[in-house]
Design a protein around this ligand. Structure first.
Ligand SMILES: Cc1cc2nc3c(=O)[nH]c(=O)nc-3n(C[C@H](O)[C@H](O)[C@H](O)COP(=O)(O)OP(=O)(O)OC[C@H]3O[C@@H](n4cnc5c(N)ncnc54)[C@H](O)[C@@H]3O)c2cc1C
Length: 265
């Protein structure tokens, strides 16, 4: 196995369940990986493919994988809040326009999570014309990654810190079957012209026990986790620069601050 992000660890566990001995070779382990920076929303359709070029059979494969992973996530519920259900509010002036392929939910697997419902003015405290709510799964990322890594080690898995710099490094590994889960790190190794990053910036506030929901609005969103209230907003396609922007933080915090100040009662 190459890579120790959420994809590498989950794949390694499935291989172990099928009876394989697995060694993960990886440059970095949590927390120094992209997976540690995810917000933690169950969003299996988000940016999963470019709907304009995906073949029709891809949707079937996606749905099978989505239903399988959803079922597996149910077994994490109630375990120290690795995964939990949380209310998710969409707060807008008007119903937002849906743009296919923009990173929204182009595919849907029906019957897994409750449908999004539009709330009447009396049913919500926001000063906004279009408010929706649905209950969704969310993940407390640090405990999620730690749990799966611990399980991997408990079932005899090994982790070796090793950077793969070229294809010959993979050929030199003793294993006969290799699974590539290096995420963005695969691009230079495989000289992959299509692999494209999507950057996103998160800002973190000190956790507040009485804020236990997720909210998204024009230009900003937040998710309330055990380790903090994570504020996000942007997704810049093709951007490799991970330098944090203070202006971006101030902008998103400002949008959410205004929304909170305008809440009724
Ligand atoms: C701000 C933000 C918010 C997000 N929110 C969500 C969300 O709410 N829900 C969601 O589902 N997704 C979310 N995502 C996307 C999600 O984080 C990624 O899709 C996911 O983490 C990718 O996991 P991975 O295991 O493929 O990659 P990574 O976590 O990047 O892991 C790659 C692994 O490969 C190793 N590696 C890389 N190159 C090499 C090399 N050359 N040699 C050896 N090892 C190497 C790395 O060290 C690492 O261990 C978000 C992303 C961002 C940036």
């Amino acid at each position: 196995m190459l890579g120790c992000g959420t994809v590498g660890i989950a794949t390694a566990r499935l291989l172990q369940e099928s009876g394989c001995d697995v060694t993960i070779y990886t440059k970095d382990v949590p927390p120094n990986i992209t997976s540690n920076l995810a917000t933690g929303t169950w969003s299996p359709a988000s940016r999963v493919c470019d709907v304009k070029v995906a073949k029709p059979e891809f949707q079937k494969t996606w749905e099978e994988a989505t239903r399988y992973s959803f079922r597996r996530f149910q077994f994490l519920l109630g375990m120290d809040e690795i995964a939990c259900w949380a209310e998710e509010y969409g707060v807008f002036e008007k119903e937002p326009a849906y743009i296919p392929g923009a990173g929204g939910e182009d595919f849907e697997a029906h019957g897994l999570i409750p449908d999004r419902v539009k709330l009447s003015e009396k049913e919500h405290p926001f000063n906004a014309g279009h408010v929706t709510r649905r209950t969704n799964l969310m993940f407390n990322i640090p405990s999620y990654l730690r749990h799966h890594l611990n399980d991997f080690l408990m079932f005899g898995g090994k982790v070796k810190i090793q950077e793969i710099k070229k294809l010959e490094d993979i050929d030199a590994l003793p294993e006969r079957v290799i699974v590539n889960c290096m995420g963005l790190g695969a691009k230079p190794v495989f000289n992959d012209a299509e692999l494209t990053p999507v950057s996103g910036q998160l800002s973190c506030l000190i956790p507040q026990a009485d804020i236990n929901y997720k909210l998204y609005t024009n230009g900003a969103n937040f998710i309330s986790r055990k380790d903090g209230i994570y504020i996000g907003s942007n997704g810049i396609v093709g951007n490799w620069d991970t330098t944090p922007s203070k202006e971006q933080t101030e902008k998103t915090v400002g949008i959410l601050q205004k929304l909170m100040q305008e809440m009724k009662g």
